[in-house]
Design a protein around this ligand. Structure first.
Ligand code: ADP
Ligand code: MG
Length: 613
């Protein structure tokens, strides 16, 4: 290229001037740079195009990918379409029909508003936009390559818009190199599709990959129907509906019972004002709501929708709008915890009721079910009988009910939280000086008696607290407890809470407290240890005033842990009692801190391992 600036066209003269080092970049370059922020892989292209289709009021959207989106991504909608002039403008950077001025950003009701997606996508691909407004005689088709318009011509097209993106990143080799395998890119793109399919069950949606139809979802569905269409009927019975409003924040959707978990958060779909989005505070709230119920490292399945006034949430934090910021994160946290907790508590109660009224139990009590006696009965190894329930599956999904999926939109309550882990069992002994070995109808179970005891105590204690039926037992020898200043302060602030949970506790001057009674279920434990651990938890939790139930649970959890820690070896009688109590627990499979109480090895698995099948 000639460096002779006198021969350069006028508008490029600054580029050629050897004395000017700072230059304003041409639009094509700016768009390509911006593309780096908005578009990093086929999935992000798909996200922008689907959002545009939804914003255009589409009722039906068809998505197609070839080669994981490297070769082709196309999105066709039946929305409002664009006029010729608007279509040409739409591929300009910062061209948007969705906001007019800076105030609108505070109140965005559409998914898009930055006006940069189409320009960015067009700058890194071979791009075609065909669009027609319903009342227009003909449509218009714009063809672009690397951000430059090649052609604008009239076209016959159905009302709506179809955007086709070919050879993504053909002009950005560095990015193209960073794309993963076709299968990986496709699965990211499918995830994006799922997000919108879940957030908008009212829309008809089609997803095709390499000419194959992967999803065809009919419009006008409820959330439950959509979940069933996407995830199959197995998931439905384990999901609980929730819908709570608190402090102007509504939390609704579906949450899995604690037995149904995944190894990562991939099946937690969270939407804020209809937008797939997360925020650290929501993740923490989910963790807290399930804390005592799922084993560490496991994650429940969630379809969670938060609705709050748009001036209480900032969606303009990130170019891809994946993360939002809340004005009152504490309120959001409380609303999410409360919503989830209510849904799960309801699930547990339903389960307990159906178990309590079970005809099996009635028969057993009448002495007519003798299944336990069908096995060779060793006199020294007593068998316990329980109503028949599905065996625990510590790997995650509990076998779902064999009942055919109901066609109604209602989620079925069968797989309730309360399920005795065995219909009968025998205590075979204890190994490693600790683990209790049980035989059940389905296999062998190892039980950690401490974890089990913690679970049993915790549920008993909490049931009394929540039922306002606290039993307190006076100590023969009242104890004084000295606490570090910060803990003393938090105990002082929570004296009412502790008293209402059955602690006889009073200030004794300085940082010292006098404890003269404990909740009955903890009465055999050293008061000093229990109160000390409770104080530590209260301090660490920074428990907020608004969530009394939450505070109660924290206290109960810490107290039970301390009580169990202090306990000597369990006697055979105590272990028997524990096995019986655990079978009746609402959540028998984990301790209140999420560690497993039971590890199960099924006979089927043993047969496999011994090569018998
Ligand atoms: P934004 O969505 O942030 O406004 P985009 O670059 O994604 O920015 O789109 C620019 C404009 O093009 C939109 O504001 C909208 O007016 C128009 N547009 C884009 N896609 C469609 C579509 N599928 N149907 C109708 N109009 C569209
Ligand atoms: Mg957009």
């Amino acid at each position: 290229m000639s460096l002779d600036s006198r021969q350069a066209p006028d508008h490029l003269s600054h580029v050629m001037d050897p004395n000017r080092r700072i230059q304003v970049l041409p639009d094509v370059v700016i768009n390509k740079i911006a593309a780096g922020e908005v578009v990093d892989r086929p999935a992000s292209v798909l996200k922008e195009l689907v959002e545009n289709a939804i914003d255009a009021g589409a009722r039906h959207i068809e998505v197609e990918l070839v080669a994981g989106g490297r070769t082709l991504i196309s999105v066709a909608d039946d929305g409002v379409g664009m006029s010729r002039d608007d279509a040409i403008l739409s591929v300009e950077r910062h061209a948007t029909s969705k906001i007019r001025d800076v105030h609108d950003i505070e109140n965005v009701a559409t998914l898009g508003f930055r006006g940069e997606a189409l320009a960015a996508i067009a700058s890194v691909s071979r791009f075609t936009l065909a669009t027609r407004q319903a009342d227009a005689a003909e449509g218009v088709e714009i063809t672009m390559s690397g951000g430059r318009i090649l052609d604008v011509k009239p076209v016959g097209a159905p009302p709506g818009t179809c955007i086709t993106v070919r050879n993504l990143f053909f002009n950005v080799p560095a990015r193209r190199k960073f794309l993963r395998t076709e299968a990986t890119e496709l699965s990211h793109a499918r995830h994006v599709f799922l997000l919108y399919a879940i957030s908008r069950p009212d829309l008809g949606l089609v997803f095709k990959a390499d000419g194959r139809e992967v999803h065809r979802l009919s419009g006008g569905s409820s959330l439950e129907e959509r979940i069933r269409q996407l995830f199959g009927a197995e998931l439905a019975p384990a999901m609980r509906a929730l819908d709570r409003a608190r402090e102007g924040i509504r939390v609704h959707g579906l949450a899995s019972l604690p037995q149904v978990t995944r190894g990562d958060r991939g099946d937690q779909y969270v939407f804020v004002n209809g937008r797939p989005a997360g925020a650290p505070v929501i993740g923490h709230a989910i963790g807290e709501a399930y804390q005592a119920m799922v084993p560490r490292g496991r994650h429940p399945v969630l379809f969670l929708f938060l609705e709050l006034p748009s001036d209480r949430v900032d969606v303009n934090v990130h170019p891809t709008k994946k993360e939002v910021r809340f004005r009152d994160p504490g309120d959001v946290r409380d609303a999410v915890i409360e919503g989830l907790r209510m849904a799960l508590a309801m699930g547990a109660t339903q389960g307990a009721t159906s178990l309590g009224d079970s005809p099996v139990r009635d028969l057993m009590e009448a002495g007519r079910v003798t299944r336990a006696l069908e096995v060779p009965d060793l006199p020294s190894l007593p068998a316990f009988a329980y109503p028949r329930m599905p065996p625990p599956d510590m790997s995650g999904v509990v076998p779902s009910s064999s009942a055919p999926p109901s066609r109604t939109t209602e989620i079925q309550p069968q797989a309730a939280a309360a399920a005795a882990p065995w219909s009968w069992c025998r205590i075979l002994g204890q190994v490693g000086g600790l683990y209790v070995v049980l035989e059940t109808e389905d296999g062998i179970i190892l039980m950690d008696p401490h974890a089990a005891h913690e679970r049993v105590l915790y549920e008993r204690f909490l049931a009394q607290t929540l039922g306002r039926d606290v039993k307190s037992q006076g100590l023969l020898h009242p104890e004084t407890v000295d606490l570090p200043p910060a803990r003393a302060e938090v105990v002082r602030r929570n004296l009412d809470l502790l008293r209402h949970m059955g602690f006889g506790i009073a200030e004794f001057g300085g940082e010292t407290f006098l404890v003269d009674a404990l909740p009955t279920c903890l009465a055999n434990s050293p008061a000093r240890l229990v109160v000390g651990d409770v104080a530590e938890t209260l301090e660490a939790g920074g428990v907020r005033g608004g969530t009394e139930r939450w505070a109660e649970e924290q206290v109960a959890r810490a107290a039970c842990k301390a009580a169990v820690k202090a306990q000597d070896r369990l006697t055979v009688k105590e272990i028997e009692g524990l096995v019986l109590d655990l079978a009746k627990a609402e959540m028998p499979y984990t301790c209140p801190h999420g560690r497993p109480t039971l590890i199960f090895m099924g006979f089927a698995e043993l047969r496999r391992k011994f090569g018998r099948e």
